[in-house]
Design a protein around this ligand. Sequence first.
Ligand SMILES: C[S@@+](CC[C@H](N)C(=O)[O-])C[C@H]1O[C@@H](n2cnc3c(N)ncnc32)[C@H](O)[C@@H]1O
Length: 357
Amino acid sequence: MTAQDLDQGKTEEFGERMVDVLNDGALALMTSIGHRTGLFDAMAGLSPSTSTEIASAADLNERYVREWLGAMVVGGVVEHDPEGNTYRLPPEHASLLTRDAAPDNFAAFMQYVSVLGSVEDRIVESFKHGGGVPYSAFPRFQEVMAEDSGQTVLPALLDHILPLVPGLTRRLEEGIEVMDVGCGSGRALNLMARAFPNSRFTGYDLSEEGISRGRAEAERNGASNIRFEVKDASKLDEAEGYDLITTFDAIHDQAKPAVVLEGIADALRPDGVYLMQDIAGSSHVHNNLDHPLGPFLYTVSTMHCMTVSLAQNGDGLGAMWGEEKAREMLREAGFDNVEVKHLPHDFQNYYYIATKN
Ligand SMILES: C[S@@+](CC[C@H](N)C(=O)[O-])C[C@H]1O[C@@H](n2cnc3c(N)ncnc32)[C@H](O)[C@@H]1O
């Protein structure tokens, strides 16, 4: 095919889209910086201000702040008055970019773009030679994941997520044994332990950092009904000890997800329930064309979820393993009943409610 044969309209349209991708990708990095430096939080409390005033309010270097403001202005995030040389973060934008805006703070999620970018060289090597990039190569992963969890799981957990299982809140109030597998920094578990003092909570994760964070929060809360342990989820080996087992975004990136699911089924009492939150999507890419986060999720999968599994010679299921595959694996693990529920606030996750009989 020669250049003359190309559909010119289609080429131009795609070229425009690529320019948008380039600009928006860059803006994602600057938005992450705005979050980490506290610039959005500082600007939300200011009237229109100069770069010097903004830098001073955020306790940052003015030259960097001015350049960042340039990106924010041309990117349509911040408004600029050239006469007074002032900048303003409109309250409508602040309502989606500041820590006070959580759970709607998009700036916190932008951190994933830079976290993933930091391992690009190693991912490229893996494309050539196979294998994967291990968890240890992502220095900020637990920190960003804990922030993500704080926005997506915590605010909905007690009022929306747990009530998806009929009667569960009452059982938690009365007192049951709960385990969270791949608990990360344990934020969900700590919240449940506070809300349900009659129940007992166990959190397992491979990450020393995550478990230390979980323990530190439990100590701060003065909670005596919770324990955290560094443990490999593929070696649970706990027969029928739990009434409720949860996983939040923690199955698809396992090295041996089938073994983990079998261990969870074995660890549940006969009338126990397994609540699995995992990424919303279909196992077939053509069904994900309209997914609001489709490109983002396949990217996170390639550059984190799939690769951390492959780094351990694992299955590399990936974040977009999808509902069809998840149902199949839950059935094979021994869960005869599986219901999949959606929450209106959450287009990133499905909630699988699985019981053995
Ligand atoms: C995507 S993170 C989710 C963390 C947490 N549930 C949350 O929502 O914040 C997945 C977690 O699974 C943990 N993990 C991965 N493989 C594991 C294994 N074999 N045993 C225990 N934890 C594991 C990781 O260390 C990580 O903390």
